[in-house]
Design a protein around this ligand. Sequence first.
Ligand code: NAD
Ligand code: ZN
Length: 342
Amino acid sequence: MKALVKTKDEPGLWFRDEPVPMIADDEVLIRVNKTGICGTDSHIYVWDEWARKTVPVPMVVGHEYAGEIVELGSATKGLHLGQRVSGEGHVIGMQSRAARGGRFHLDPQTRGIGVNIPGAFAEYVKIPAFNVVPLPDEIDDEIGAILDPLGNAVHTALSFDLIGEDVLITGAGPIGIMGAAVARHVGARHVVVTDINPTRLALAGEVADVVPVNVSMEDLASVKARLGIKEGFDVGLEMSGAPAAFEQMTEHLVMGGKIAMLGIPSRPSTVDWTRLVFKMLTVKGIYGREMFETWHKMLAMLQTGLDIRKVITHRLSVGDYVQGFEIMKSGNCGKVVLDWTR
Ligand code: NAD
Ligand code: ZN
């Protein structure tokens, strides 16, 4: 089968002919129709320090996909051939106390599809039946292909009660923008999204009814004054990984404010802990999606009016993947979706 593989210890990805994965009794084989390029795939493409440390070579990359089941392991139940599916990209060990207690997303033995084990940028991918997420008819393949990052956004946004709250989202990348759409959907009052990239801020405004703020040009104090937010934002969703954004967030949150932190700083950074202490802030780290509560809520919201389609700015045939990765590198895009059927 055709697959996009990190075949060499250097920047780039290459098509390679790979054997179709052999499935075990508890696994399914999925024919991939569409895939999303994730920031993680970008890191692997440019082969930065994190990628070189983390990803063994060779590796079929990719973990954002939608497709259909073409083979079922003998021990699988409740799934059928031809079923349209996506899947949770974290494959867990099931041995830990957390997993055995049903808190699957807290399993320390998590391995990532397309990072630690063969991924979905291929004509076929195998995953444990446990990880399969069937797609309702009204959720098409391109939305199915970005459920993984939408799930990051949903997990982050639903970490704290947002109804009637003023929400600050730092980072208008695809996940920050989708997080903003979720905050709006569930009934936040003001949703302010910051970035330093005007293209992304414009996109945020197109996807959801939010207040985009370019923090390289406008101060959040004046934004609060403009919106009539007297004390500060009630909840912060950190979606940039930028230490400066985190500092700004703690500065502009209310006393007792809450932060859900998805963004991954590229290196250790300094935090003003006194501010966290004296403002009695809560910070919750977010990794991946809750299995499978996040998936349930995300599908339900998509079925009841959550619309994030405009976050997909580029649709390319997989043959044009280099262009897709270059667009990702430029930062002037939302989600880039690759079509494996043409
Ligand atoms: P992205 O890199 O596309 O977006 C980050 C955005 O932050 C960019 O638009 C950038 O311009 C902006 N930014 C930079 N400095 C800023 C500042 N000072 N203030 C405000 N914005 C600033 O990333 P993404 O794909 O949308 O993902 C969001 C973050 O979440 C990234 O840090 C990513 O690594 C991380 N992530 C975490 C998980 C997890 O499970 N924890 C999963 C996926 C992604
Ligand atoms: Zn991803």
